[in-house]
Design a binder for this molecule. Structure first.
Ligand code: PAF
Length: 288
């Protein structure tokens, strides 16, 4: 059942890649932390549309978790993940390295990337160092695999913008393709961390998406008092039992603060909020 070619080391995956390169195949990387769901599968399908070969990586990266965060408890389901992508049929190789393979000198003495100020805003404000860890691990994966393109989800929109900027700034010859957020029927963005919700919290969780939609609708209809819209959204989430980290309206292109009367399509609303043990994030481009 488990089928898909599993590579555990950099030299194993590089050997596979060398064969593909000899055949002039193009390669897409879909980096994940595993516990795969419909969102990841849609990214692998997108990858397969853009490249001859698709590598999916599964690596729960210790350097992007803060003290007291869920690194130890993060769901690790390699056998199920492998069976799932085998059935989906869109992945050519699975790269699932151990920590020592990605950080050969350990994580304490590793070279790390420092992300520009955007890395300390939004999710970075409550997760210091998180985006340094994300950039560091993605650069390491790109160095091992040297793909033609990387496929990333829009649910982690800040991560997407930071990684696009990293790739451009470090002059990596790698394209970025991004895939839309997959949602359950009630609007909740699909995420591995939804597992942490109790049944009762799960029923309340779609309020996050609904609240973003309300802000989006008001922006689309011309409201531009961003601070008032953010305050109203925070209040609505608190009343719904969430503990919000932030709700912010930003420029969609670079996540800068909107500094005037932007056209609605230039704007994005982003939020992170705790519901019980789960820290949920979501975002919405403003529809026109
Ligand atoms: O989005 C994720 O799952 C992770 O942040 C990533 C990009 C795989 C890096 O560890």
């Amino acid at each position: 059942v488990s089928g898909v070619d599993l590579k555990r080391t950099a030299s194993q995956i590089r050997e596979t890649i060398a064969g593909w390169r000899a055949a002039r195949d193009t390669i897409a990387l879909v980096p994940t932390m595993g516990n795969l769901h419909a969102g990841h599968l849609s990214l692998t399908r997108l990858a397969a549309e853009h490249a001859d070969r698709v590598i999916l990586s599964i690596f729960v990266n210790p350097t992007q978790f803060g003290v007291g965060e869920d690194f130890e408890g993060y769901p690790r389901t390699l056998a199920e993940d492998r069976a799932l992508i085998h059935r989906a049929g869109t992945v050519d190789a699975l790269f699932a390295p151990e920590v020592g393979e990605i950080y050969p000198n350990g994580t304490g003495a590793a070279f790390t990337l420092g992300v520009p100020p955007l890395g300390s805003e939004l999710c970075g404000a409550s997760r210091p160092g998180h985006f340094d860890g994300v950039a560091t691990v993605v650069l390491r994966l790109l160095n091992i695999i040297a793909p033609d393109l990387i496929v990333l989800g829009q649910k982690d929109y800040q991560q997407l913008v930071i990684l696009e900027r990293m790739i451009a700034d470090l002059r990596l010859p790698i394209g970025v393709v991004s895939g839309e957020t997959k949602r359950d029927a009630d609007g909740l963005a699909i995420s591995s961390r939804n597992l942490y919700l109790t049944a009762e919290e799960r029923k309340r969780a779609p309020l996050l998406h609904r609240t973003l939609r309300e802000v989006g609708d008001r922006l689309a209809s011309g409201e531009r008092d961003y601070a008032a819209l953010e305050r109203a959204a925070l209040k609505r989430l608190e009343q719904g039992g969430f503990r919000p980290d932030y709700v912010e309206v930003r420029r969609a292109g670079d996540l800068g603060k909107p500094n005037g009367r932007h056209a609605p399509e230039e704007l994005i609303v982003l939020a992170a909020a705790w519901l019980g043990q789960a820290r949920l994030i979501d975002n919405l481009r403003v529809d026109v």
